[in-house]
Design a protein around this ligand. Structure first.
Ligand SMILES: Nc1ncnc2c1ncn2[C@@H]1O[C@H](COP(=O)(O)OP(=O)(O)OP(=O)(O)O)[C@@H](O)[C@H]1O
Length: 278
């Protein structure tokens, strides 16, 4: 695995900061079907540095997906503002791409894998890179090879395993050349071994592309393995409970990381916070 980029190292060490996401008092209340107001997320203030890998964890219903959807511009906050760079989020920004938990929601099943990536390429910053269909096909093939799916251009998503489909969804997001990748429990529907491989893939992609990643997961071990910061949300949309720094250098290795005493201490702390025993 390559070493961290300058921006990522700065984000980790507290060096020069340059925010990519600025959240000021952003919260969300939903109107439920029975007419009651449901708190999706209490107002939150936080910033995320360019190049950081940040995870959101917390109990079911704490507002993780709500937070991600607000940043993705898929929903509007009831209060406060969110900015990506200097732009106020008011709809899905070109600079961000969102990958759903359920790959069926991310991919177009009636299009080949190659044409799914083409869709990503044409709808984002990536579009200007190709001036002909042949050139587009070359770029698509490169994106597929990057996620280890070089031989799947003409296959359909339904012919691939869940883990492979999620790789296609990631490749499609990358084809749009985003600065910010928003991942909502992307690996929860795949088996444990594929999951470890996908975790290492996303770390490699994060480092090689110099991306900022905001990652939602139920899995505290996954959050700690991947991230520089783990933000713990309070239950029932209660907002931020604690912002935990994972000061363990990259590259990280699956087995060694899980034996590291610093990881074990952090796992205990975050688990206690999520369970409410800390
Ligand atoms: N469209 C909606 N209409 C009404 N309530 C909603 C809506 N979306 C979310 N909520 C409510 O907002 C709260 C936060 O939901 P959210 O999906 O963000 O939680 P979560 O932490 O991502 O949960 P999970 O881990 O189960 O996915 C929950 O109480 C949920 O029922």
């Amino acid at each position: 695995m390559t070493s961290t980029t300058e921006a990522q190292a700065a984000a980790l060490t507290g060096g020069v900061h340059q925010e990519i996401i600025t959240v000021e008092g952003a919260g969300k209340d939903y109107l439920a079907l029975d007419g009651n107001v449901v708190r999706g997320l209490s107002p939150v203030d936080l910033t995320i540095e360019r190049g950081a890998f940040v995870s959101l964890v917390g109990r079911s219903g704490c507002g993780k997906s709500t937070f991600l959807r607000l940043v993705a511009g898929l929903e509007k906050p009831t209060s406060g503002t969110i900015r990506i760079g200097t732009e106020r989020v008011d709809g899905p920004p070109d600079s961000a791409r969102y990958v759903f938990q359920n790959y069926n929601e991310s991919l177009l099943p009636w299009r080949t894998v190659g044409d799914n990536i083409r869709f990503g390429l044409r709808h984002g910053h990536g579009a200007a890179r190709a001036s002909s269909k042949a050139q587009e096909n070359e770029l698509i093939q490169e994106h597929l090879e990057e996620v280890g799916l070089g031989g799947t251009f003409n296959r359909y998503p339904g012919e691939l395993s869940g883990g492979m489909q999620q790789r296609v969804a990631i490749a499609r997001a990358l084809a749009a050349l985003p600065e910010l990748l928003l991942l909502d429990e992307p690996f929860s529907a795949v088996d444990a071994l594929s999951r470890s491989t996908l975790q290492d893939l996303i770390l490699r992609i994060w480092q090689e592309h110099g991306l900022t990643v905001l990652f939602v997961t139920h899995d505290i071990e996954e959050a700690l393995y991947l991230s520089q910061r783990v933000i713990v949300l309070r239950e029932k949309g209660g907002g931020v409970e604690r912002d935990v720094t994972v000061d363990i250098p990259y590259p990280r290795r699956q087995v060694d990381f899980r034996e590291d005493p610093r990881y074990l201490r952090l796992r205990r702390e975050v688990l206690g916070l999520v369970l409410g025993t800390e």
